[in-house]
Ligand binder design. Sequence first.
Ligand code: ADP
Ligand code: MG
Length: 704
Amino acid sequence: MSDYVNVAKIFGENVFNDTVMQERLPKKVYAKLKTVIREGGELDLETADVIAHEMKEWAIEKGATHFTHWFQPLTGFTAEKHDSFITAPKENGKVLMSFSGKELIKGESDASSFPSGGLRATFEARGYTAWDFTSPAFVRQDAAGATLCIPTAFCSYTGEALDQKTPLLRSMEAINKQALRLIRLFGNTTSKKVVPSVGAEQEYFLIDAEKFRKRKDLVYTSRTLFGASPAKGQEMDDHYFGVLRQRIGAFMKDANIELWKLGVSAKTQHNEAAPAQHELAPIYAEANVAADHNQIIMQTLKMVAGRHGMKCILHEKPFAGVNGSGKHNNWSLNTDDGINLLDPGKRPHENNQFLLVLSCMLKAVDLHAGLLRESASDPGNDHRLGGNEAPPAIISVFLGEQLDDVVEQFVSKGNATHSLKGGKLEMGVSTIAGVNKDATDRNRTSPFAFTGNKFEFRMVGSRDSIAESIVVLNTIAAEAFDEACNELEQAENFDEALHELIKKNFSEHRRVVFNGNGYSDDWVEEAARRGLPNISCMVDAVQELTRDCNVAMFEKYGVFSKTELASRQEVKYENYSKTLNIEARAMINIAAKQIIPAVISYTKTLADSIIAVRTAGLDLVSVQTELLEEISSELIKAQKALKELSRLEDKVLELPEGEERARFYHDQVAPAMKALRDPIDRMETMVDKKFWPMPSYGDLMFEV
Ligand code: ADP
Ligand code: MG
């Protein structure tokens, strides 16, 4: 078969990975690099020169002409500045291809082009990008040719983080230190490192590119600002796990090949709950590699969709009333010698180390629930969290029957003496063997669910970097572990102190555990009774960044300084305001120039028809008259709402940037946008389709 894919052969072929380095680098250089990767520290220039040279030679063999320091500023996208390998022409008019250790290790970038939240005075535009050698370099092949991409961190001239990677790496150091202390308490002397592992499931929509282009709202804002519900929605549940359509199948095949070449272990793919929605999940990896890979996944999905005449939409809520897209961040803690700290084993009630870790996680999540919620805040995610889908905005932990029972035993008796078993699942068909059940069922409505040997944080928005939530998880876990170790390292009777601590943590923080339906109204009330925060919007969530207890924690573990947190908060307010500003302006534009004129044309047709019927001396115009009246009444509402939205748009720009402006957008502009959308969506159901100036929800979602 001509299109046979040899996965083992192509996997990682465009990655400067360990195997390639071992093959190409002199033994001494390779050993030095490995030591720095393992133990931290700096690479000397001489070593860096050798690595850079080999990396360049390898990249050129892959067709690369340029290199770029690939980084993740606070824009939510990756950024890169391309330089070719060419050095100044020699006398003979030929060029040399060169790449030095200095160029590999450090780049300089104009930081003024990226959000800094006031960190950097505008005259001080210098920013640095520094190679993160724990995430391998790769060659990306696309329409721009082949480029050697070097994953880098990005910071200001004064060392403040301006990106997602720097705090992620810092938080990995923090959790490593505290988790090592914790496992030493249980006699582990052999593990050298504890690393957070992450598997990020990515949801996305695929839309026909031609239709996409006809929707200016999608073009400018990645979401539909207008659109009546289609005749058929997702109520038939026929899409999820449905057979992949050929066009989608071809896309996925192509995307997988591109990802495999880049060393991304794309593994699971399926349709999602909504029509035209799909998911891709790679096999989990070390947190910072997983975060980089997730960026590569998003870029690749978009690129490959283009080749197939489609658009990949990563917005959290592209279609109102239809399931939105998120990203599930599966997180666990693993030692370098293969021990998962979140593995309960067969008899969780006897696994003291696991119970301590679990009790610390409950404490961490309970104390910093608002911060965890904040890590998933994004203007797009506001349409999703708290709606009747995806996770609710209230942070709770799902433990499942078995662990909940262990916690209950601790709380009521002070220790646990047994673990519930799974048993056999009988299907009632003699030819199908009984299947062993897990002791715990799944719960898909929980924002933070324990799933076997990991936690799954389901709130992250589909477009966002997973780094933010990993930073929070790592740091809150580090704090809880640190406090536990401080107590237990001093204890005279370790076993007694351990039991006491587990019991205390479980008792004090059990309120964050919830195993029921997270989408129900009852839960909202129950959570309020328990005193759990319910932060419904981004503008409120962002305040968590500068709350005293959060600042103290981040500073203590060296993850963020207070200044960095304040700057991130500014960036987020700005991002919220900018997003809503673009959306409001796009709405005004589309309504005024496309929709209202189209409706007027249609009303003219209706009026003409009424006149024609009357002229013919007939009295049968009630349908047209009624329709004309109804449409006209909606048209008036739309025109009024349009004026009001324009007025608010002018007003908001007079407000100072930052929280005040963001709040005005949330409190005033967003409701005005809804007031404009409502009559327009109603008119869409009344106006002849031939007149409607853009494809409908049905056209977009069912005709891919
Ligand atoms: P789901 O049933 O939740 O849709 P998927 O198979 O789509 O599950 O995704 C699960 C993700 O969790 C994958 O990326 C997988 O590699 C990852 N994962 C599995 N085990 C662990 C673990 N111990 N730590 C972190 N991630 C894990
Ligand atoms: Mg999945």
